[in-house]
Write a protein that binds this ligand. Sequence first.
Ligand code: DX5
Ligand code: ZN
Length: 221
Amino acid sequence: MKNNLKIAPSILSSDFSILGKEVENITSAGADLIHIDVMDGHFVPNLTIGPDIIKSIRAYTQLEFDVHLMIENVDRYIPNYAKAGADIITIHSEVSKDIIKTIDIIRQHGKKVGLAFNPSSPITILNQIIEKLDLVLIMTVNPGFGGQVFMEDQIEKIVSTKKIIDMSKKEVLLEVDGGINENNIKIVAESGASIIVAGSAIFKGNKDNYKLNIEKLRNYN
Ligand code: DX5
Ligand code: ZN
């Protein structure tokens, strides 16, 4: 299990004035995929990265772009993010009025589909749609900002999600996002996570520290 764990640095905590360079830095530091937090100021109280920025950093790495859409009117914007270079498009379960339709839009663009759950949201819908997904994202902070405190009460939800995935006929990735660091990654990984998102724990110090920061997460104990 430990060796299969993928680390997805969230560039929300990187230096935006040199974003392309930061994507390059984190790639050479050993990231497995690049997590990109898209916020619209409506679904969450913060504004971040639009499709043009994603397009402009696409050439800085060969790694997959794991695009986490924390936005409303998601059906309208999926095509823009797909064309900008997203590989995985994760939408929030709370925003889509017709999740199956939204999933189909992502598929029509040839992208992998993720479904995210806020800490207060139930995951019961997964029982019906797990086989349509490539990834489930469990939030361990309320989305909107990097650097928040990990919510331990979400561990049970990670375990339940893992059970639903295991019972399905499909290989679905289980991503966990929010407040993860070297002190709590063990419980997250052992609860069944296959992708760990981390922003502030990875982009701390200067670029020479990124490799060690990733290694500390990977070699948790
Ligand atoms: C929160 C974002 C996270 C966040 C992670 O809304 O979805 O990806 O940037 O940052 P840390 O690891 O600092 O909580
Ligand atoms: Zn995220």
